[in-house]
Design a protein around this ligand. Structure first.
Ligand SMILES: C[S@@+](CC[C@H](N)C(=O)[O-])C[C@H]1O[C@@H](n2cnc3c(N)ncnc32)[C@H](O)[C@@H]1O
Length: 313
């Protein structure tokens, strides 16, 4: 029997755990009243997905997608072969913990696993286990690849990280039963809609400055043109009568004159909310930053007064 509540099985840049309260307040009321399909086209570690699956019994089906093939392979393996995955992770955990006092050997072990992962020649369960191992032991839980999709994050400094969280993997596997898992560009999720579908978009954030932010989850960059393509996709969903919510960084926090998102989403509802982000090598630069929650329906966040309401033109 699975008792544990499923939670994200990865550390992931931009994880949305700290935004959940605001996201909850901003949900369209109709989705909690009747059966619905939840669609998350940029799922990452799935903080919102798992929260939705745990809290909304009327969620009939979920569809998740990400462009990162290695991430999606891991979701698929957890869904289909959780026990096989657990047994590989248990070995990694025992081996890694046994090296606790020998920093050099630990390093050797980490870099050897990273090399094996990058060859992408192991069968899918082992690749998924390597993916989780690297995520738990690397620097700050980063996922960063070079142009040839080579994972290049150095080892982290955790003494005895949990590499195999057996109970959570089983809980995740259980809730994934009602989740369809896709891999590719977010636009293909449109094929999966039904009458009462709700989309939550958490795309790679627009960097607050050229050097500050980190958005290389995949080998393809998510630049301004990409942000615009996403806005066009959201407009298309609106035309089809679907509700959506989208989060992004609030560029105004850094530069009050930066109207990029205010301009491209001027037809919709924009709320500014506070969130902590911790992926930053420099602890002084971590902290409270404003985030945007944009919806194509009126939302009820507490800071409604700050909301810029623009009539649909
Ligand atoms: C900000 S992260 C999502 C974080 C997630 N909400 C969480 O809680 O961990 C953005 C995700 O978008 C994915 N991505 C980037 N470009 C994409 C595209 N064109 N289509 C689908 N996913 C994409 C990245 O691989 C990454 O996992």
């Amino acid at each position: 029997m699975v008792e544990k509540i499923a939670k994200p099985f990865l550390k992931w840049a931009g994880g949305k755990t700290q935004l959940i309260n605001d996201i909850e307040k901003s949900l369209p009321s109709k989705i909690t009243d009747s059966k619905f399909t939840y669609i998350e086209p940029f799922v990452g570690s799935g903080a919102v997905l798992f929260w939705m699956l745990n809290n909304f019994p009327k969620l009939e089906k979920a569809v998740i997608n990400d462009i990162n093939e290695d991430l999606i392979n891991t979701y698929k393996i957890i869904a289909s072969k959780p026990k096989e995955l657990i047994s590989i992770l248990q070995i990694f955990q025992e081996e890694y913990h046994s090296l606790e006092i020998d920093q050099e050997k630990k390093k050797e072990y980490y870099y050897e696993k990273r090399e094996t992962y990058n060859l992408r020649k192991k069968e899918k369960s082992s690749q998924a286990a390597l993916f989780i191992f690297l995520n738990r032991t690397c620097f700050n839980g980063l996922y960063r690849v070079n142009k040839s999709n080579g994972y290049n994050v150095p080892m982290g400094s955790y003494k005895k990280p949990t590499i195999c969280d057996e109970k959570n993997i089983l809980a995740v596997s259980n809730v994934l039963k009602k989740v369809e898992i896709l891999c590719g560009d977010y636009e293909k999720t449109l094929e999966k809609v039904n009458k009462n579908s709700f989309f939550y978009f958490d795309p790679p954030y627009k960097p607050l400055s050229e050097t500050s932010s980190f958005n290389s989850y995949s080998k393809d960059e998510f630049n301004d043109e990409e942000q615009l393509r996403l806005r066009n996709f959201c407009a298309k969903l609106e035309k089809h009568g679907h509700n959506w919510m989208l989060s992004n960084s609030d560029l105004k926090g850094k530069n009050p004159n930066d109207n990029f998102f205010d301009d491209i989403y001027s037809k919709y509802f924009i709320a500014r909310v506070q969130a902590k982000r911790s992926i930053n090598a420099n602890p002084e630069k971590r902290g409270q930053l404003n985030e945007l929650l944009i919806t194509n329906y009126i939302n009820n966040t507490e800071n409604g007064k700050q909301r810029i309401l623009v009539e649909n033109i």
